[in-house]
Design a protein around this ligand. Structure first.
Ligand code: 26V
Length: 811
């Protein structure tokens, strides 16, 4: 296969010019920047398509196994820079663009973020597509082509408001419509069962059909043969115009039907914190699952023939429970459309699926009302009942009389369908996303299943696409790394460990500090341009960037800032390390508590500004509309990474890994992947504080008393007092009530229990920054050197080896 690196500047220029003339009818001189951006994307897309086709040929001839990754979210961000970097085309494109009087950076700025995800779960899926391609694994992701991605956040007077994210005008150019892959998905209607000589015959009638139209996006890997494909489904009304209705003048009904079908792929659900049993969400899930499985089955039959071979040829991954209806849907397709018996179908299903759990938060666990499923998906409902009946029968035989134990594992109970239980029962492997989380699920939500099938449970610690999060967003640091250890880490992140040899090299440490300063200046410029805020790059940048949620405890961070503010109000001349606390976070639109936290932080920021002398030392910045692209400039500029969730609640976290790899020093609890970070980097190079997961459990079982913390700690009292008195003219009594007297429990995420420990650890980390810059750089270097294990390449290899039994394709 010819390498894309051999494509010349001249060829690129001709490609772009061709696109401009063919699609926009303009010459290079007449073209607008938007047209040039699109022409450039089209040219990259062509290169990717060509590469994919060649890989496809090899895949076909080798008849190897493939992995299909089902996920309701892919938080991709921008793609142009990633693809040009991965394909090694930076030089050719930069030079070709001179002819158009543009730089690559100009064009990167034209691209909207593809924000088809909420947070960690969706970004992980995107990072995995990159690692799959780089590892030469034959892979396909499936999701929905939402018209609107995650909302745009606008903060008006401290209050978050949401605006639609219209990404398609600039983003669609990455997508190739595949009319040949369309299929239909059926909803509603009735099911009739007839016992015939050959067995049970199921007839499904009276349904409404929706067309699923495929759109493919190619995702490149680095210096490899493979290209991953992300197939996104769009819902389209089947009969565009019912002419009869139309000629009778029933235009509105006609339109309404079209609307009902197409609304399925209109918008991404903007919550990742609590589950709501909405009919539209159920339809989205089934739409994704049904279209994808039909597609997988058709391809399989076309390529290999008998479906009995499916488990040898396909690994299908259920990413969180959102695509769990894939389990009954594959049963349906095998039995109703391909004549399999229940037992044979069930064998295929349970050897094909694997499932990842991403949360233990009770309110995020999906349970659908049984009657909603019965109405919308009558055939799936029947199959679910049968899965449940057979499973419970088996359990009764094994555990006679243990009613409660059996009920806790049932798929259907009390009129609710439990998707997590379904996912475990229908999969051959179940994994958590960090060592701690994988232990917790075995002890808590899946304990019963763990007793029955201990071998089913495993761990794969999350990882990040380090080529995006390090190589592309921090080229300055990569230059230093290249000088010290060569560039082997680009394809093998574990080689970052060689950087440790330089921990006492003063010139390297000095360069590291300079690079951080450069990245901080870049971010300060960006923040000024974007939001008009002034940030001092000589202050320490302390960053918490992630979804706004009680369990992530941005409130604990705010409480510590308030205590610093109190100290400086008492003594404005106090000599402290100037600090900038930066927040980036969206709240789910209906999550009022999270919105109050945003307001608290914004008003606190305003209040501090009223004291210029204090403001010089203590600055709070709330960055509006945090997204992937913002993260790419914010993370490399960070000195202190805040990973302060209540222990036991954050399944893994992935921003913690991105910060670490960019040399930030972590202040965090022993939660999620922080535990493994502290193991690999060593206690001396991370600032751990607070209760451990088992201490949290113990405290709850004994009865957590929030007001005790308040009574015992004068600093907490002062903080609460200040919140009550208010900032920027507004009292935050709802938050103080939440902490002190909240129902059903006060301070449910134990901000007060961890306050003291957090506050002292904050002081330690800031003192270190103020007093010993060389030691700071040394710790920073150690974090970079130890971070290689958190590459998504490693995670994907573990999935491939231990869960999917998938081999990389050697070309
Ligand atoms: C839940 C729900 C509930 C219903 C409404 C829509 C919706 C959308 C997403 C979710 C999933 C929440 C789970 C999640 O995002 N977990 C995060 O997964 C990351 C990747 O494994 C992990 O690093 C984070 O710790 C974990 O919170």
């Amino acid at each position: 296969m010819s390498s894309t690196k051999s494509i010349t500047e001249k060829e690129v220029q001709t490609l772009i010019q061709g696109k401009l003339s063919r699609y926009f009818g303009v010459s290079p001189k007449e073209a607008s920047i938007d047209q040039i951006y699109k022409a450039v994307v089209m040219s990259v897309r062509d290169i990717l398509l060509e590469k994919r086709q060649q890989f496809h040929k090899v895949m076909k001839s080798k008849k190897g196994k493939r992995v299909y990754y089902l996920c309701m979210e892919f938080l991709l961000g921008r793609s142009l820079k990633n693809n040009i970097y991965n394909l090694g085309l930076g030089d050719a494109y930069s030079k070709a663009l001179k002819y158009f009087n543009l730089t690559l950076e100009d064009l990167y700025e034209q691209e909207p973020d593809a924000g088809l995800g909420n947070g960690g779960l969706g970004r992980l899926a995107a990072c995995f597509m990159d690692a799959l391609a780089t590892g030469n694994y034959p892979a396909m992701g499936y999701s929905i082509r939402y018209d609107y991605g995650l909302f745009k956040q606008k903060i008006v007077d401290g209050w978050q408001t949401e605006l639609p994210d219209i990404w398609l005008p600039g983003g669609e150019v990455w997508l190739t419509q595949r009319s040949d892959k369309s299929c239909t998905v059926k909803f509603d209607g009735w099911v009739k069962e007839d016992w015939t000589e050959t067995g049970l015959k199921v007839t499904y009638g009276g349904y409404k059909e929706v067309e699923a139209v495929a759109y493919d996006m190619m995702i490149s890997g680095k210096d490899c043969e493979a290209v991953s494909v992300l197939r996104l489904w769009r819902a389209r009304n089947i009969s565009h115009f019912d002419m009869k209705l139309f000629s009778q003048g029933d235009y509105l009904r006609c339109m309404q039907e079209e609307n009902e079908a197409e609304v399925i792929s209109k918008v991404l659900y903007p919550a990742d914190d609590h589950y709501e049993g909405k009919s539209l969400r159920l339809k989205q899930q089934y739409f994704l699952v049904s279209a994808s499985l039909q597609n997988i089955i058709n391809d399989h039959k076309h390529r290999y023939g008998p479906l009995s071979l499916l488990p040898q040829q396909a690994a299908i991954h259920i990413n969180d429970t959102h695509p769990a209806l894939a389990i009954p849907e594959l049963m349906r397709l095998l039995m109703d459309e391909n004549g399999f018996t229940w037992d044979d179908a069930w064998n295929i299903v349970t050897s094909t699926f694997a499932y990842t759990n991403h949360t233990v938060m009770a309110e995020a666990l999906e349970t659908w009302q049984e009657d909603l499923i019965a109405r919308r998906l009558p055939r799936i409902h029947m199959i679910l009942k049968e899965i449940n009946r057979r499973f419970c029968n088996d359990l009764w035989a094994r555990f006679p009389g243990q009613h409660q134990f059996i009920d806790s594992m049932a798929v259907i109970s009390n009129g609710q369908v439990r998707m997590a239980n379904l996912s475990v029962i229908g999969s051959h492997k179940v994994n958590g996303v960090s060592a701690l989380h994988s232990e917790i699920i075995k002890k808590s939500i899946f304990n019963g299943f763990y007793q029955i099938w201990p071998e089913k449970f495993t761990n794969v610690t999350n990882g990040i696409a380090h080529r995006r999060w390090l190589c592309q967003s921090n080229p300055e640091l990569c230059e230093l790394l290249n000088d010290c250890i060569g560039d082997g880490y680009v394809k093998d992140a574990q080689q970052l460990s060689q950087f440790k040899k330089f921990e006492d090299d003063q010139s390297v440490l000095k360069r590291l500090a300079e690079i951080k300063h450069t990245k901080k200046k870049q971010f300060a410029d960006y923040a000024y341009k974007k939001e008009g805020v002034v940030i001092d790059p000589d202050s320490v940048f302390d960053v918490q960037a992630k979804r706004m949620h009680e369990y992530k405890r941005q409130l604990l961070n705010a409480m510590n800032i308030i205590s610093l503010y109190a100290e400086l109000l008492d003594d404005p001349n106090k000599n402290i390390q100037p600090q900038t606390f930066i927040f980036g976070a969206k709240a789910a639109s209906g999550y009022l508590r999270a919105k109050q936290f945003i307001k608290l932080i914004c008003f606190l920021a305003e209040d501090i500004k009223k004291h210029p002398k204090i403001h010089e030392k203590l600055n709070v910045v709330y960055m509006e509309n945090y997204n992937v692209t913002m993260a790419e400039t914010m993370i490399p500029a960070t000195d202190v990474s805040e990973q302060i969730s209540l222990a036991g609640k954050e399944a893994s976290g992935t921003s913690n890994m991105k910060f670490m790899m960019n040399g930030a020093i972590t202040i965090g609890t022993l939660d999620g992947a922080n535990v493994e970070m502290s193991e690999v980097v060593g206690q001396d190079n991370i600032f751990i504080f607070g209760l451990r997961a088992e201490e949290v459990e113990e405290m709850w079982s004994k009865g957590y008393n929030a007001s005790l913390q308040y009574n015992q700690n004068p600093l907490i009292r002062r903080v609460i007092e200040m919140m009550l008195r208010g900032f920027n003219g507004e009292s935050f009594s709802e938050i103080t009530n939440y902490l002190l007297t909240g129902a059903p429990v006060a301070d449910p995420y134990m901000c007060m229990a961890d306050f003291e420990s957090y506050h002292t650890t904050q002081k330690k980390i800031k003192d270190l920054y103020a007093e010993d810059k060389m030691r700071w750089s040394k710790i920073s270097l150690n974090n970079i050197a130890a971070s290689g294990i958190f590459s998504a390449d490693r995670s994907i290899k573990e999935y491939a080896d231990n869960i999917w039994h998938l081999k990389a394709l050697k070309v």
